[in-house]
Design a protein around this ligand. Structure first.
Ligand SMILES: Nc1nc2c(ncn2[C@@H]2O[C@H](COP(=O)(O)OP(=O)(O)OP(=O)(O)O)[C@@H](O)[C@H]2O)c(=O)[nH]1
Length: 291
């Protein structure tokens, strides 16, 4: 329980909260810690202004009060977003989108496992049909996650037709959740967005789309977000999945990314194992972040 994650601020903040009193360097150190953790200048300024006001209002000079206020302020901000997955349709169709290499394939495997532990049946659709190796890798992860898979029947098959066949398979076999893997090649942004729209149109003829999850690599922080801009603008994203948080020192990105995009984080990946994916709980996260 006392285990500290790489993204926790508790190390950076330690000296600050064990001092006898809040002073000028406390504020400077806090600002530095928040910026270093990738909260971004806007969120950092807003959080510090909020804390200044609270410290004045309660007339406290005790750094431990400041620590509690920081935790509460972060939790309050994180809680503005509804982080629950909406998977009540049958089948519930989930499109998984994002740039190559962010952890999409792994996430689909882990997500299958996660859903399986709640007793849900899952089929994965390999709608990134361009690379055969990618399909094989997805199949390996789907199997690990206990899901079935619908593969393209030939190399380069129209991704929308694979998506169609996957939803059709789910309906015929009474499978509850459909996870559709999509391509992430950025060189052909326009083409990629057209491909996603076509997948949507074809799927929506059979079943409503329950979630569009955008996978983001937490180690790339706000730079990675810029790369994913096209998905946010065009793909109708309903939730974010942050991967590789275990190897990241950018805990603040979690808050910054929600405030920047207005889209809630719904899943968090913290490791390369099949069990290393969890839902996102603001209270738990704020507690671990601030200590
Ligand atoms: N430490 C850590 N590594 C992760 C996590 N999620 C994914 N990875 C690793 O990140 C690398 C890329 O993951 P993939 O799932 O293959 O990424 P992808 O987006 O499907 O990549 P492409 O197949 O190239 O499109 C792999 O080495 C994964 O093991 C995570 O939460 N933590």
């Amino acid at each position: 329980m006392a285990q500290t994650s790489s993204w926790s601020l508790s190390g950076a903040l330690k000296g600050m909260f064990t001092k006898p009193t809040i002073d000028e360097t406390t504020w400077e150190d806090l600002e530095y810690a928040l910026l270093t953790a990738d909260f971004g200048p806007d969120v950092t300024e807003a959080v510090i202004d909020d804390l200044h006001a609270k410290v004045d209002r309660y007339r406290t000079t005790d750094p431990r009060d400041l620590q509690r206020m920081l935790r509460e302020s972060i939790e309050e901000r994180l809680s503005k977003y509804d982080t629950t997955l909406k998977l009540s349709e049958r089948p519930a169709v989930v499109l998984v989108v994002g740039v190559n290499g962010v952890g999409k394939t792994t996430t689909i495997g882990k997500f299958s496992k996660f859903l399986g532990t709640y007793g849900r049946s899952v089929v994965v659709g390999a709608a990134d049909t361009f690379r055969a190796a990618a399909v094989d890798q997805l199949a390996t992860w789907a199997e690990r996650g206990g899901a079935q898979i619908v593969r393209p029947q030939q190399h380069g098959q129209d991704p929308a037709s694979v998506a169609f066949q996957t939803v059709d398979f789910a309906k015929r076999n009474g499978i509850e959740i459909v996870l559709i893997d999509t391509a992430g090649r950025l060189q052909t942004k326009g083409g990629l967005m057209d491909e996603l729209s076509k997948i949507r149109r074809v799927v929506e003829k059979q079943a409503p789309i329950a979630e569009v999850l955008l996978v983001l690599d937490a180690t790339t922080g706000q730079n990675g977000l810029a790369q994913a801009e096209a998905f946010i603008e065009h793909a109708g994203v309903t939730g974010l999945v942050l991967t590789k948080l275990d190897g990241s020192a950018k805990g603040g990105f979690v808050l910054a990314v929600q405030e920047k995009t207005g889209i809630p984080i719904k899943l968090v990946g913290q490791g390369e194992g099949i069990h290393d994916l969890t839902g996102f709980t603001p209270h738990v996260f704020a507690q671990k972040l601030v200590g």
